[in-house]
Design a protein around this ligand. Structure first.
Ligand code: CAA
Ligand code: FAD
Length: 380
């Protein structure tokens, strides 16, 4: 497999690197402290084409491949993982889900606005009692002929307060189990749709995470994605690509922590020499970079599998499982290399460590990735 990047991919990578340095880095510590959503930065990312990277230009997207998307996710995540999760959800869960499975009318009405970043979207599968066990949906969508009546609560929804368009999974026919689940497009402002309070989180604090409450919300039938009962498969297929985005986010967090550690260890002196000259520190850097490079190849492999029309459920789960573990390991080591300064906000690595943890939890915990991987291996 050839991972040599094309001219175009290198340009996009550089554009994301420049944007992260000039637009995300200033204010990243303050946004983290205040749990402030990067509204202006998201608007600018829309202008740069980062909000609908893989969407066909006829729907307002950038028409790029998954590898380009991964490169952008890595660069943004080196600096600001809160901003990158907003990008990831909009691109790989909301836009991709609509483009792959929506009707032409749905694409014209919703995708065109999402892909340009005019509005952002949210993907609503998890519930208070249904996280990993995603088939146990308690939210109901009762069929009333030309519309559904939606009732229930969704939990921990990224972009929950800032989105305008929500893809909501709900149970229409309990007797059919997961085959009775539907995916519905819900708009902010629909009567009975209430946004719950914002969660106060350990990391990715600039991203807004909310519960959502639906009280007899009337959703037109034309807002259902796919055939009746397609909702669970819709969620699973969409998450396969979503996990590539989160794997790239984890990779970026790890690479960001490594770059800061490399610089610091060549500047900071102890016992009459730069700390990089102490083998204990040099070996940490060696371990970090080896794990990051290995993680990068797994993430690129998953992206290339998707671009080449191969099955990518297995490679995306492997990429996410591995990259999230590398992110956690690398950021903990980065704090150690920075010593006391590592524990202080202005050095950035403590935030990266807090941000890394979520990559082992959302879009399927590490334990769930192992279920997906083992089932694939055993089936094959
Ligand atoms: N593609 C298509 N269909 C799939 C599929 C896939 N990747 N995975 C499962 N299915 C189908 C199965 O074939 C089965 O259908 P049939 O009965 O017709 O064969 C059906 O779905 C049920 O599958 P399982 O029997 O495997 O279901 P399960 O109850 O054992 O659960 C699971 C499978 C993989 C654990 C799944 O529940 C899961 O992925 N859980 C984690 C949920 C998750 O990732 N949530 C993320 C929320 S979004 C988010 O987190 C965003 C963010 O933070 C930014
Ligand atoms: P549980 O399912 O209760 O799991 C608890 C523990 O048990 C975990 O360690 C888990 O791995 C383990 N476990 C569970 N089942 C098994 C098993 N069968 N075998 C082995 N171990 C098991 N969801 C959305 O739908 N949309 C979003 O936009 C979204 N954004 C999120 C943002 C944040 C910041 C957070 C924290 C969560 C977000 N989520 C979102 C929810 C996220 O996907 C879930 O938290 C995650 O899937 C885990 O579900 P849970 O929290 O219910 O944990």
């Amino acid at each position: 497999m050839n991972f040599t990047l094309s001219e175009e991919q290198l340009m996009i990578q550089q554009a994301a690197r420049d944007f992260a340095q000039t637009e995300l880095l200033p204010g990243v510590i303050e946004r983290d402290e205040k749990q402030e959503f990067p509204k202006e930065q998201v608007r600018k990312m829309g202008e740069l084409g980062f909000m609908g990277m893989m969407v066909d230009p006829k729907y307002g997207g950038s028409g790029l491949d998954t590898l380009s998307y991964v490169l952008v996710m890595e660069e943004l995540s080196k600096i600001d993982a809160s901003a990158s999760v907003i990008v990831s959800v909009n691109n790989s869960l909301v836009c991709w889900g609509l483009e792959a499975f929506g009707t032409e009318e749905q694409k014209q009405k919703y995708l065109t606005r999402l892909a340009t970043g005019e509005v952002i979207g949210a993907f609503c599968l998890s519930e208070p009692e249904a996280g990993s066990d995603a088939t146990s949906q308690k939210t109901t969508a009762i069929d009333k002929g030309d519309h559904y009546i939606l009732n229930g609560t969704k939990n921990w929804i990224t972009n929950g307060g800032s989105a305008d368009i929500y893809l909501v999974m709900a149970q229409t026919d309990v007797d059919k189990g997961h085959k009775g689940i539907n995916a519905l497009i819900v708009e902010k402002g629909m009567e009975g749709f209430e946004i719950g309070p914002k969660e106060n989180k350990l990391g990715i604090r600039g991203s807004d995470t909310h519960s959502l409450i639906f009280n007899d919300v009337k959703v037109p039938k034309e807002n259902r994605i796919g055939e009746d009962g397609f909702g669970f498969k819709f969620a699973m297929k969409t998450l396969e690509g979503g996990r590539i985005g989160i794997a790239a986010q984890a990779l970026g967090i790890a690479a960001g922590a490594y770059e800061l550690s490399l610089k610091y260890s060549k500047e900071r002196k102890a016992f009459g020499t730069e700390i990089a000259n102490h083998q204990a520190i040099a070996f940490k850097l060696a371990d970090m970079q080896t794990k990051i490079q290995a993680a990068r190849y797994l993430v690129y492999k998953a992206a290339c599998d998707k671009d080449n029309g191969e099955n990518y459920g297995l490679s995306s789960a492997m990429a996410k499982l591995n990259a999230s573990e590398v992110a956690m390991h690398t950021t903990v080591e980065a704090v150690q290399i920075h010593g006391g300064n590592g524990y202080v906000k202005e050095y950035h690595v403590e935030r990266l460590m807090r941000d890394a943890k979520i990559t082992q939890i959302y879009e399927g915990t590490s334990e769930i990735q192992k279920i997906v991987i083992s089932r694939n291996i055993l089936r094959d």
